[in-house]
Design a protein around this ligand. Structure first.
Ligand SMILES: [Zn+2]
Length: 414
């Protein structure tokens, strides 16, 4: 286990010991989402990246020595992580960029990157003999917690906005979670979940609030670095709602940089939907995370819909410290990108991912991306999660009579 040196608040800079505080900074409140800081000096002497060659674990637990869990601790059995990274020449050509990679985290067991965070949180709950874990979610985090929880018979209680896509709600029920459909927004569901966790003693997986979700999500950056032989991309683009994934990507590269395993941290560009762009607004107007006000959150990309981005402090720091940016794309471009990206790459992403592709297009046009840069687009959720939006983006199939003549006619070869 990597020894935790401190839990540090990104807003006020105060640090706490690991057992001292469970969730956010007691002084800053919910904006002070704590960061897990290790004893990097010690880790540098204990570990080296070439040691991974002999590591036969092909999942996120490959990096157990850099995670907040004992080396011998039990972990959930589902295979999370070690998702494929594709070099996509046709997408690169279409975007007008030298090199474009896709990291397909839609191939995780419940279909999204959130499995990394849930596996981490459930593993920590198992270590402490906790039997109930709860979360609020726009859908994917809940599915991840429900699935990973089912694999170890953990009691899971979910707070989800009643407007979440049906397929996502069905997924929770299939895994046997207790599902509370809150007749309000995700932000309201989040606060209700937090209150119930504190009063009932359930372990709270809420994004940002729980410092260890980022520790799970950071493994995607470890994989990107290792899969590219430690030569990291110039730019990594990530869909942003709460900001927890971009915080995780930053933290992963930060850890590796502290260890001396990579030479630099890639420039991070966060992409939001125009109708839910609180962080873009803060970025463009130089608003401090602690001064951000709730903003509207209306977008078809439900996974990145958040009026009060919970990990706003870390998300803004991630783009600031890497000379990155926050950009917004409208819903019609997100929908149009669903089939466009799938046809160029064979990867079917949900709207939060195709927002990233649409964002890359805009970033090339505006000069934010240079054509000579190598860019990785992080695909965080499987397209099968939201079939209704996918259906809106494509024409109907060809209806034909069951004979060869009709088929030829329909194909225009008759
Ligand atoms: Zn603080």
């Amino acid at each position: 286990m990597a020894t935790i040196k401190e839990l540090r608040c990104p807003v006020c800079g105060r640090s706490y010991s690991a057992g001292e505080v469970e969730y956010t900074c007691p002084v800053c409140g919910d904006v002070g989402t704590l960061e897990v800081i290790y004893d990097y000096e010690a880790l540098r002497t204990q570990l080296d990246r070439d040691g991974l060659r002999s590591n036969n674990e092909h999942s996120m637990w490959r990096y157990k020595a850099l995670l907040p869990i004992e080396s011998g601790a039990k972990v959930p059995p589902l295979r999370v992580g070690m998702t494929p990274l594709y070099d996509t020449t046709r997408a690169a050509y279409a975007l007008g960029l030298r090199q474009v990679w896709l990291k397909d985290d839609g191939q995780n067991p419940t279909g999204s990157l959130k499995d990394r965070a849930s596996a981490m949180v459930v593993a920590r709950a198992m270590e402490q003999d906790i039997t109930t874990v709860s979360t609020a979610s726009t859908g994917n985090a809940a599915a991840a917690l429900s699935g990973i929880g089912a694999s170890v018979d953990m009691n899971i209680i979910i707070f989800v906005p009643a407007s979440a896509p049906e397929a996502k709600i069905a997924q929770l029920l299939v895994y046997g979670a207790t599902v509370l459909l809150i007749e309000d927004t995700y932000d309201v569901a989040f606060d209700l979940c937090a209150q119930m966790c504190l009063s009932e003693g359930w372990y709270c997986r809420n994004t940002g609030m729980n410092p260890y979700t980022v520790e799970g999500k950071k493994t995607v950056a470890f994989e990107i670095a290792e899969q590219l032989n430690w030569n990291v991309p110039d730019v990594v683009m990530v869909g942003v709602g709460d900001g927890n994934i971009i915080a995780g990507v930053y933290k992963g590269f930060y850890d590796l940089f502290q260890l001396g395993w990579i030479e630099r941290i890639p420039r991070l560009i966060g992409v939001q939907a125009q109708g839910s762009s609180a962080l873009v607004h803060a970025w463009e107007n130089n608003i401090k995370p602690e001064d951000m006000k709730p903003m509207p959150a209306e977008t078809i990309a439900d996974s990145i819909s958040a009026g009060v981005p919970r990990d706003r402090a870390k998300a803004l720091r991630a783009v600031r410290e890497t000379q990155g940016a926050m950009i917004a794309v409208p819903d019609d471009e997100i929908i149009a990108a669903i089939p466009e990206l799938a046809r160029l790459t064979g990867v079917f992403g949900e709207p939060s991912c195709t927002a990233v592709y649409a964002g890359a297009k805009r970033a090339v046009q505006s000069g934010l991306l240079d054509k000579n840069e190598s860019v990785l687009l992080l695909m965080t959720g499987n397209g099968l999660k939201d079939i209704r939006r996918a259906q809106q983006s494509v024409a109907h199939g060809l209806r034909v009579q069951p004979n060869l003549q009709s088929i030829r006619q329909a194909l225009g070869i008759g």
